[in-house]
Design a protein around this ligand. Structure first.
Ligand code: ZN
Length: 308
C-alpha cells in the first residue's frame, strides 16, 4: 500500500519576515511539524554553518529527530561531512535564488537538481514518518529549492510568500543577534528584492497552491492569518491554536531560524512593530527605499511613511 503524499508548506521571501514565529505557531497544531530552515540541516549538522543547535536545545547530530533523519539519503560509507559537501554543492550549483526561473521553466533539468530533489523527497517523507505529521512547514525561504517541490515524489507543495517592509528588515539586520551576523541596509535590501522577485515568480507559476502575505498583516491579525494559511493547506480551521493573539509554545525541532525559536510558554504576538521609523538611520531608510521602491509599491508599502 502506498503512503499518502506529505503536504509541505514552503515559506518563501527574505529573512526576518516572521517565518520562524509563524512556523512555530503552526507547529502547535497536531499533525503539523515545523522543520525550521531545512536548507541548513546538513551544513549546520556538519559544523560548517553558524549554528549547530536544534530548537529542542540539542545539537542537531544529537537531537532525537534529526539524528535519525541525517543518515536518510546518505550513500553507504559516506561521512556526514562528505554528504554535507555534496548537498551544499548541489544547492549552490543549481538551486540558488537566481536559478529559480530555470527550475520553474525546465524542472529537474540537470543531475544536481535530480539528486537534490531525490534527497529532499526522502527527507520530507522520513520527517513525516518520524513525527507522525501529515503537514511539514519548511521556513527555509530559499526560492531555488522551493521551486523543486512540485517535482518531488510523494510531496504536495503549498507556498506562502511572506514579505515584510524592507526598512524593518534592514533595521533588524543592522544588529547582530546570537548566532546571526549583521548586514548593511543596502545588502539586506538587495537580497530582499532578489528573494521576493523569485518568490513572486513561484506564486505566479502555482497560483492555486500559493498565498501572498505581509508580515504587517500577520501581526495585525494573527488568528485570522493562521486560519487563512490552514485553508491554503486544506486543514480544518478548528485546529487554529491561537487564543487572544497568544500562542502557548512548546519545544520544537527547528533547524536554525530566528533566535526566538527557543522561546516556550505563552507568547503574545504584538500588533505593531515599527521601531525602524526611529531605529533605522535616515540615510539607511533612503538607501532602502531607493533600491526597492517598485516592489514596495507592489506590496502596498508607502515609500513615505511605511504603511499604506
Ligand atoms: Zn531537536
Amino acid at each position: 500500500m502506498s503512503t499518502p503524499p506529505v503536504k509541505v508548506l514552503s515559506i518563501t521571501g527574505w529573512c526576518r519576515n516572521g517565518s520562524t514565529i509563524l512556523g512555530n505557531i503552526l507547529n502547535e497544531i497536531p499533525g503539523v511539524f515545523h522543520v525550521g530552515e531545512l536548507h541548513f540541516l546538513w551544513k549546520n549538522a556538519a559544523g560548517r554553518g553558524v549554528n549547530e543547535q536544534c530548537g529542542c536545545g540539542h545539537k542537531l547530530v544529537d537531537c532525537p529527530v534529526w539524528s535519525t533523519i541525517l543518515p536518510v539519503g546518505r550513500p553507504s560509507g559516506a561521512t556526514l561531512e562528505a554528504h554535507a559537501d555534496t548537498v551544499i554543492r548541489n544547492q549552490l550549483g543549481s538551486a540558488r535564488t537566481r536559478h529559480t526561473w530555470q527550475v520553474l521553466a525546465r524542472g529537474l533539468h540537470n543531475a544536481q537538481l535530480r539528486e537534490h530533489a531525490g534527497l529532499l523527497s526522502q527527507v520530507y517523507q522520513a520527517v513525516a514518518e518520524r513525527s507522525g505529521a501529515r503537514v511539514i512547514v519548511d521556513s527555509s525561504k530559499m526560492p531555488g529549492e522551493a521551486a523543486l517541490l512540485p517535482h518531488l515524489e510523494g510531496v504536495t507543495p503549498y507556498y506562502l510568500h511572506l514579505v515584510r517592509d524592507p526598512r524593518a528588515v534592514a533595521q533588524s539586520w543592522s544588529k547582530p543577534k546570537d548566532y546571526v551576523y549583521a548586514m548593511s541596509a543596502g545588502k539586506s535590501t538587495g537580497y530582499w528584492s532578489g528573494f521576493n522577485l523569485a518568490s513572486h515568480a513561484i506564486n505566479r507559476r502555482y497560483p492555486r497552491q500559493s498565498l501572498f502575505l505581509r508580515y504587517e498583516d500577520f501581526i495585525a491579525d494573527p488568528e485570522g492569518t493562521v486560519d487563512t494559511v490552514l485553508r491554503l493547506c486544506e486543514i480544518d480551521t478548528a485546529a487554529n491554536p491561537m487564543i487572544d493573539r497568544t500562542i502557548d509554545l512548546h519545544s520544537n525541532h527547528t533547524v536554525t531560524g530566528n533566535p526566538d525559536r527557543f522561546r516556550t510558554g505563552a507568547t503574545l504576538i504584538r500588533p505593531t512593530d515599527d521601531s525602524w521609523r526611529t531605529g533605522l538611520p535616515e540615510s539607511a531608510q533612503r538607501t532602502t527605499t531607493a533600491l526597492s521602491w517598485p516592489l514596495m509599491l507592489r506590496y502596498g508599502y508607502s515609500i513615505r511613511n511605511g504603511r499604506v
